[in-house]
Design a protein around this ligand. Structure first.
Ligand code: ADP
Ligand code: MG
Length: 406
């Protein structure tokens, strides 16, 4: 019998006892330090370390209620999904995710590699740091995890087994509400709208029926297109970064969905970083940082396309998927989804319940309002005209054309 045979919400002392019992990393009499370092919306994240041996571990522990709001109650199964995904992805895209030491479906806890020394990409970008390897790393991650888990590459029954294993109804429901519904109709009265743009939001989002129709189509595609095993929340707060290394973590929204969902999230979050820099940085720093974002957006799209094409040719196993013209058709759909999701993510982070610090910390109210209007206007373009953007340059030009309206 162990104290950890039945679920309870662990505190710091429990966590120390827990890692000693579950891992053979620490001596039984080691004096361990522990700190809760979670800053996310969902879970408790503890760092446990032994000063003497220099060893450390991260324990991610799921509560029954979300930290962001007690209104959401979600299954603690998300912890299993996250751990299993990270172990699978470590095989598909080695070196780009944290190592999992063990996970435990009873305590809803997962012990993983301590990535102290890396920084959350969002905060690094907010300070104007640039990362020369990012576009290369993130496109490798996306092509390997996404294309290699599709029906184009996998045996269909094996793929369906993954679909089943990673069915994630509660986390998907959050996305369905927060990304695909509430930015267009504040049904639960919980959107965070920056007051100076309230009229703009009413007119441009809530009252635009043409936009709503397009989002409705996209929502039902998100619900039904089990294309590839997504990360599901691939924003710059799910990426740990250093100059020479990129680690993608926190895939608890993972499930089988449209590939463009991940790619579009990356692009939208690069645009948030651009907006912040445009509003906050001194001219010289602004120029070099914005230029890096420009290059990076273009590279993320173009390298994704290039690696996708190469990987498709190398790994395609499906007879019909080898039919000339099919690869182009398939990629075309992915790029349209990428454009649409770029727009959906831009909108939901501006008006929804989960805003991004890049934008909310813009100190000048007028500049923040301008940044928010740019994002919403560009978002509508990316959603409504999603069939038009097929290259990095076209994605960038769409964004810039909308920046120039304000
Ligand atoms: P949530 O799902 O609750 O958002 P995250 O996985 O995003 O939890 O983790 C919250 C925070 O905890 C991260 O932003 C990061 O600062 C820290 N963290 C998470 N995993 C690790 C890790 N493996 N190494 C170091 N810090 C981590
Ligand atoms: Mg998180």
């Amino acid at each position: 019998m162990s104290r950890f045979d039945t679920y309870f919400l662990m505190n710091s002392d429990d966590i120390i006892e827990y890692v000693k019992e579950k891992l053979d990393m620490f001596e039984k009499d080691a004096k361990l330090d522990v700190k809760e370092i979670g800053d996310g919306n969902l879970n408790y994240v503890y760092r446990v370390w032994d000063e003497k041996s220099g060893k450390s571990v991260i324990v991610k522990h799921a509560g029954i209620e979300l930290r962001i709001s007690k209104e959401f109650k979600i299954s603690t199964d998300r912890n299993r999904i996250e751990s299993e995904i990270l172990m699978l992805v470590d095989k598909l895209a080695p070196g780009l995710v944290p190592k999992i030491y063990m996970y435990d479906t009873t305590m809803c806890a997962c012990c993983m590699e301590d990535l102290t020394g890396y920084e959350l990409m969002r905060y690094a970008l907010m300070r104007g740091e640039t990362f020369p390897l990012f576009a290369d790393d993130i496109t490798t991650y996306m092509v390997n995890t996404l294309l290699l888990t599709t029906d184009v590459v996998m045996e269909h029954k094996e793929k369906k087994a993954l679909v089943k294993n990673y069915i994630n109804p509660e986390l998907c429901e959050i996305t369905e509400d927060l990304v695909y519904t509430e930015p267009y109709a504040d049904l639960r009265n919980r959107n965070h709208v920056f007051p100076p743009i309230a009229d703009f939001v009413q007119k441009e989002l809530y009252d635009d029926q043409e936009l709503k129709l397009e989002v409705a189509k996209l929502k039902f595609d998100f619900l039904n297109n089990a294309q590839a095993l997504l990360h599901g929340d691939l924003h710059t707060g799910s990426i740990f970064i250093k100059k020479d290394s990129t680690i993608i973590f926190d895939p608890e929204f993972a499930f089988y969905g449209p590939i463009g969902y991940d790619v579009g999230n990356v692009i939208a979050n690069l645009f948030f970083a651009w907006c912040r820099s445009d509003a906050e940085f001194e001219p010289e720093k602004k120029e070099s940082f914005c230029e890096w974002i420009h290059e990076t957006v273009i590279k993320v799209i173009d390298m994704f396309i290039e690696k996708f094409n190469a990987s498709y040719d190398e790994h395609v196993t499906e007879y019909m998927a080898k039919t000339p013209g099919f690869k182009e058709h398939y990629l075309d759909g992915i790029l349209a989804d990428t454009s649409a999701v770029t727009g959906l993510e831009l909108n939901r982070r501006i008006v929804g319940i989960a805003n991004v610090k890049d934008i909310t910390t813009i100190s000048d109210q007028g500049k923040r309002a301008r940044a928010e209007k740019i994002c919403i206007t560009a978002a509508k373009d990316f959603i409504k005209n999603r069939a038009n953007y097929k290259t990095g340059e076209q994605f960038w030009n769409c964004f810039m054309a909308n920046v120039n309206k304000f």
